[in-house]
Design a protein around this ligand. Sequence first.
Ligand SMILES: Nc1ncnc2c1ncn2[C@@H]1O[C@H](COP(=O)(O)OP(=O)(O)O)[C@@H](O)[C@H]1O
Ligand SMILES: [Mg+2]
Length: 264
Amino acid sequence: MPAATGAVVDARNPVKMKIENASKVYHTRSGGVHALDNVSIDVREGEFLCLLGPSGCGKSTLLWSMAGLHGLTDGTIRLGDEPITNPHPEIAMIFQEANLLPWRNLERNIQLPFEIKRQAPDRARIEKLLRRVGLEGFENKYPRELSGGMQQRASIVRSLAVDPSVLLMDEPFGALDAFTRDEMNLLIQEIWMETGKTIIFITHSIAEAVFLADRIVVMSARPGRIANIIDVDLPRPRPVKLQTSPDFLERVEAIKAMIDHRPA
Ligand SMILES: Nc1ncnc2c1ncn2[C@@H]1O[C@H](COP(=O)(O)OP(=O)(O)O)[C@@H](O)[C@H]1O
Ligand SMILES: [Mg+2]
């Protein structure tokens, strides 16, 4: 587990996921779309890594490949020594939309991954997680009865219930209002510190990346390449008010300038 006051994850931690020379070309009727070009990243065990970049730079393409949801044109992605070409039980994905089934209540939505695996749901773990994210007592509610933030909390519980070691998050709080987003950022930081999961988190918000990340991988516009990798050595846990501190704002400005001044 990362130390409460620790900063950047120890670079001596073992590599959890290895992305090597990842390239992706989508073949469409109007020609090829070069979405990702020769991206290599070593994600360390227990690391909170943010992928930051403009819309269309290939962030989701990379994350979907890491989830084994689609293949690369070139390159490899490994979890430990295992090449990832299909969905893997150790790797969970959380999307911008909570993707809860509207005809199932919260409890039955959270049990869905167990049903797919033909396993009995881990009720004790689910109960603990529901309590952890403040959804205790909402088990019988349907998604339409819950706010966007609550739905996203439920989708976090659904992902963590099967105890994956890697959590891939694709702009998970992008559709939420600013207050809810702050709450969710605090919650995910806490859960990460408590569980030591490896998290790869996509955002196009520089401030969100600086708030959450141990390391930020800045991607350039299409074809998506790595423009920069930045360590964020701010102590944890990071409080919301950190976002108005001069040190924090300086870091945001520095990344913004780096992106603005990048050669076209
Ligand atoms: N299934 C697809 N078929 C064709 N092009 C796609 C497909 N998915 C994504 N793209 C294109 O690949 C590029 C990268 O997309 P994406 O990975 O979704 O970027 P991001 O998540 O950074 O916004 C974009 O130009 C997008 O239009
Ligand atoms: Mg995307």
